[in-house]
Design a protein around this ligand. Sequence first.
Ligand code: UDP
Length: 461
Amino acid sequence: MIMASNHRLIVIPPPLQGHMTPMLQLATILYSKGFSITVVHTKFNSPDPTNHPDFTFVPFHDGLPDSYTVSSKNFIHISSHLNTNCVTPLKEVLVRIIKEEKISCVIYDGLMHFIDSVARELNLPTILFRTTCATNYLSYHWLSLLQRNGYLPLQDSSMEMVEGLEPLRFKDLPIFNLGESATDIMVKQVTESLSVKPSLGVIFNTIEFLESSSLQKLRKLYKVGVFSIGPLHMCMASSETQEKNNNCSTSLMKEDYSCITWLNEQEPCSVLYVSLGSIASWEEKELIEVAYGLTNSEQRFLWVIRPETIESIPEEVKSATRKKGRIVTWAPQREVLAHRAVGGFWSHCGWNSTLESMCFGVPMMCQPCFGDQRVNARLVSNVWKVGIECSEMRIKRDEVEGAVRRMMVSEEGKLMREKAGLMKDKIKISVRDNDALNGIVHAIVVSSSNSSAQHNNHNSS
Ligand code: UDP
């Protein structure tokens, strides 16, 4: 086993929950291999250093107001803002760190692609970390082709397959239904993010057997190693730091653990967990329909409604849901999905939620809202077959009631739970056999030793 003491890594997570969590998990795993970790982060939505006492935290100025709330309407603009406005503040921080200590590698998230050129300018080795699934990333490579052939912005809900990306249909692509101006911004960002040239490798939080074909295609596109190291939360649990890190929350919001006490009182597989993650949300009218649909289904449910949305729910709806359900503003999601009472997950299919659900053997009602969620939902329902596609479902109480019953009490739902259980077992085996971590450690340590040797030769000549 390769260990890497005396090597410092810089990890730079974007200030979004779905990106922050996997980056901190990756850092925790690399720490277990002996690396020292410095987390360089924005002041906006910053991680809580007390959850990671072994890491050093260094903020940089980002120009985003503290009061800003991330939503589906502004997250593309947030990433665009970071890529445009953070070059100098980040460079200043990195220069300060380099003066004190040698940096073996900078690991950055592809959402903040500007870091690639900043690191190159400072002569720092880099690894690109992609927090979406590999198939989503592969689809980015198709976007410029679609643009050239005049397909963008994609307008109708085309059910046609995209040649070369089957079984993805046009409607599953991450830019579908974005509108002209957001499509332009996203295509520009995707093009810029595809132009990065990490010097040591690309890491995906995915599982080889789930996405072997997409990973193979990506490996042909890169000159450096492409490592599939997921699911990170499971690799973290199996790493040597397990005991130490059991409590290292990566959450940007306070988790409400009272829902676990409530789950303890419920029958096995009787509760539907409902969450759209940290960005997507239903509008007020839809929330009311969801509330009545859930209540009318007569099934138990645990529903996450984030603080900025919960105020818009009328008291009448809250009291209707109390009979069968429980609402929290933020849940300890992995503990929830691991709970024996949970039998289904109505999810927006964010990549972290998708992986977490599959790892705990919980089948999904897939209702993607935007971006990579559509790709994930298609894979879950059509390829891995551990979820029901609900992307065409209208948010009307009778349709919600029907879909919830289909998931929780129909024969189809029962079969889906069995398949999800088998998937959970397969994932466990794949984590046990995964050697990607050693590949990553090796790439960093070898590059660092080579650069030290070159430095010494240079000094002695
Ligand atoms: N999450 C959580 N509590 C909640 C809802 C979500 O801890 O009440 C976590 C979830 O476990 C996942 C992350 O937030 O790790 C959401 O990431 P994902 O990629 O699923 O979706 P995003 O928020 O990026 O759309």
